[in-house]
Ligand binder design. Structure first.
Ligand code: AMP
Ligand code: MG
Length: 486
């Protein structure tokens, strides 16, 4: 079926330039579609008419069951290391790239669906998704965007009217999302494994053109591409760490070339500060624990470097040496991004020496960990101590002498409370609130979801009446567990 004019124009650049990585496929019909949530500001940014998207043709577009003329929906092939073990063939088992969309701003973005039915990459999976996890991606990615963290964006969630069988029967849904692209480290691993250097080169050229165009003019464009990805990921993971975000499943197929956060599965925001924090029910060894994220990002980038080796130099030894040197840029970039971010969170002026900031931040994290202090509340409350009232901060600690000593050292450096309020969120998608909202939505009540969305999309702006969105989880919420691939 095609959409009546004025039709949306979707390019098929990925499918055209990389047919070896693209399998033309169609979405499954939905028995009883119902639009649950539409991101109107994002639709406008993309030049799409929200009223049209709400209509029957629009909803079919958001489900992939109506395809604009000229578009070629594809399932993308990729490989990946999952929890350290290599899978040569993953790919979109339940997702489709509808095509690339160019907005009024001239930027090209992928329009992509998740939960649109089985594809030849589905292996044992049913190709479907449930309402809860798709709304979870919607709210968490919206929160990340509002926090200024690069991320794929949620455009809409449509309930399909189909039942999805997990541990219990659940209502099915399709998420429509928008991303700079869906190129992943795993895309390069797949291209490399074809053994065809031409495919790998075309993929790298496509990535350079779409994301890192400056690399094209470098002496070694493919090394420059690698360095650009290293820089983007170092900056991204530093942002995650500063806000307490735990991705939960940093497999190489879930790490983008663009530097956007992708695939909100078992992710969660950390409650009590602890580097060992793990929420994912399948992460038994804690591989993707909060504190491991920078090292895992670096490990994934080493896999990207391996995939790129044939493009780096004809002499393999030389290629390895170049890759190792460029990968060495990850740590200093990460450290700088993190300490700059920590300086901002602590409200410290540029004149304070970076080593002083790093020492102060390190000492603080030791105290937060020792007293199991809630990460988000602590940093937001700290601004009141900068304004002269230390009591709200003291209430979060057991060891009062230790925190008093730290606050005195910090205050002597002249922190700026208003600047702190602009970088330390008051509202994040707290785990207990996300669970409540998704449970209600699964039962047909979208109200708690919409209210949570409203709170987290203006995360720095404290508003009366939203106190429960700023409060820590109740004691009886217990240890939080999240699930993947649902
Ligand atoms: P993830 O780590 O959740 O991003 O997914 C890893 C792989 O599993 C990807 O290749 C997905 O397409 C596939 N996958 C996850 N859930 C399903 C499902 N319900 N049906 C088919 N494939 C799935
Ligand atoms: Mg994935």
């Amino acid at each position: 079926m095609t959409i009546a004019p004025p039709a949306l124009s979707l390019d098929n650049r990925f499918a055209r330039e990389l047919p070896e990585l693209a399998l033309a496929w169609r979405a499954e019909e939905a028995p009883d579609p119902r639009l649950l949530v539409l991101n109107e500001p994002l639709a406008a940014e993309l030049g799409l008419d929200p009223a049209r998207l709400r209509g029957p043709d629009g909803v079919r577009l958001l489900l992939g069951t109506a395809v604009p003329d000229g578009a070629t929906p594809v399932a993308q092939a990729y490989a990946g290391h999952q929890f350290g073990g290599y899978s040569p063939r993953l790919g979109d088992g339940r997702a489709l790239l509808l095509g690339e969309l160019t907005g009024p701003d001239g930027r090209s973005r992928d329009l992509h669906l998740k939960g649109s039915g089985r594809t030849p990459f589905a292996r044992g999976g049913d190709g479907l998704a449930a309402v809860g996890p798709m709304l979870r991606e919607y709210v968490v990615s919206q929160a990340m965007h509002a926090l200024g963290i690069p991320t794929t964006r949620a455009l809409a969630v449509v309930a399909t009217g189909r039942t999805v069988h997990r541990e219990t029967p659940l209502p099915g849904a399709v998420l429509a999302r928008v991303a700079a692209s869906h190129l992943r480290v795993g895309s390069f691993q797949y291209a490399r494994a074809t053994g065809d250097t031409d495919v790998l080169r075309r993929l790298a050229d496509h990535a350079i053109a779409r994301h890192h165009p400056a690399a094209a003019g470098a002496e070694r464009p493919y090394l420059a591409l690698f360095e650009a990805v290293v820089a983007a990921q170092a900056a991204l993971v530093a942002r995650w760490m500063l806000v307490g975000f735990v991705h939960g499943v940093m497999n190489t197929d879930n790490m983008t070339i663009s530097g956007e956060t992708i695939d909100y599965g078992p992710c969660a925001f950390m409650e009590a500060y602890d580097p060992a924090t793990v929420y994912s029910s399948i992460d038994h060894g804690g591989r993707y624990a909060y504190g491991n994220q920078p090292a895992i990002a670096e490990w994934n980038l080493a896999r990207l470097a391996e995939a790129l080796l044939p493009l780096l130099d004809d002499d393999q030894e030389r290629a390895v040496a170049l890759a190792v040197e460029s990968l060495g840029g990850f740590r200093p970039r990460y450290d700088t991004a993190w300490s700059d971010g920590m300086r901002a969170k602590l409200g410290l002026p540029g004149a304070v020496d970076a080593t002083v900031v790093a020492t102060l931040a390190g000492d603080l994290l030791t105290l937060l960990r020792a007293d199991h202090v809630e990460h988000t509340s602590f940093f937001r409350t700290l601004a009141t101590a900068a304004r002269g009232a230390a009591e709200p901060v003291r209430r979060l600690f057991v060891d009062l002498a230790a925190i008093d000593g730290w606050v005195a050292r910090w205050r002597a450096l002249g922190p700026d409370a208003d600047a702190m309020d602009r970088v330390n969120p008051v509202y994040i998608p707290r785990n207990h609130l996300v669970e409540q909202a998704l449970a209600a939505a699964t039962d047909g009540d979208l109200d708690p979801f919409e209210r949570l969305l409203e709170a987290v999309t203006a995360p720095y702006d404290e508003r009366p009446g939203l106190e429960r969105y700023a409060a820590a989880a109740p004691e009886d919420f217990g240890a939080y567990r999240t699930f993947c691939g649902t």
